[in-house]
Design a protein around this ligand. Sequence first.
Ligand SMILES: Nc1ncnc2c1ncn2[C@@H]1O[C@H](COP(=O)(O)OP(=O)(O)OP(=O)(O)O)[C@@H](O)[C@H]1O
Length: 259
Amino acid sequence: MTSEQSTPLLSVQDIRKRFGAVQALQGVSLDVYPGEVVALVGDNGAGKSTTIKMIAGVEQPDEGQIYFEGQPVSLSSPSVAERLGIQTVYQDLALCDNLDIVSNLFLGRELKRTLIPGLPKMLKKAEMEERALPVLQDLSINLPALSTLVAGLSGGQRQMVAVARAVLWGSKLVMLDEPTAALGVAQTKAVLELIERLASRGVGVLVISHNMADVLQVADRIVVLRLGRTVANFIKTETDREELVAAITGVNEEVATAK
Ligand SMILES: Nc1ncnc2c1ncn2[C@@H]1O[C@H](COP(=O)(O)OP(=O)(O)OP(=O)(O)O)[C@@H](O)[C@H]1O
């Protein structure tokens, strides 16, 4: 990580968002540098998903500014964010069970050829596989044959497909919402290792997690949200589980106020 020298890949500065009567975000700031894994943690309702949605272009902040590669950006839609190189892997993964792995990797971007003018185009499966395989190999993503239906994959393998899809499209920033929530021990390990490999290739990773063990293993920095605000920013090597939980729950502040 080269955070001291470089411009942040992503800089979120004091964003705020209201949904009707609910002030969901009231001052969220965070940076992600190229090659850095940042964990976004906080209790239920703290504003993690809303923050991710602002960066993914799904929602727009009422106030505050987002910078990407040093430039102020207006992320007015998911396609604007994707064109900049921001890819999001949501909890539901949005995979098509009835399609094979390679079709899921290319969902919406399928390579097609016209065999007979006037008839529907045929998918260029072999070329899609050719393009996908080096990316999967580079990241040591082990999947069954790419012609396997996604319906038959384990939770960990599905997560791998979703991450590979994000990487295949030239991402600079990959955001993952609870990537290990539904996974067993071995699968969790594989996904955390994949996150580390992504970062080692220079990709910035922003990961939402409730699992402090995962966070302390994979993140370089940990940003804590509470009640829609950034309340702490820890370097992994300088913090521990107890300090994180205190920041998440605000327990130390409550004790201080009560005194
Ligand atoms: N579309 C919406 N309309 C109304 N309120 C919303 C909307 N989206 C989020 N909120 C509210 O904004 C606050 C922050 O929600 P958000 O989902 O971002 O929290 P979170 O930290 O991701 O929580 P969790 O860990 O439970 O997913 C909550 O009070 C939530 O109810």
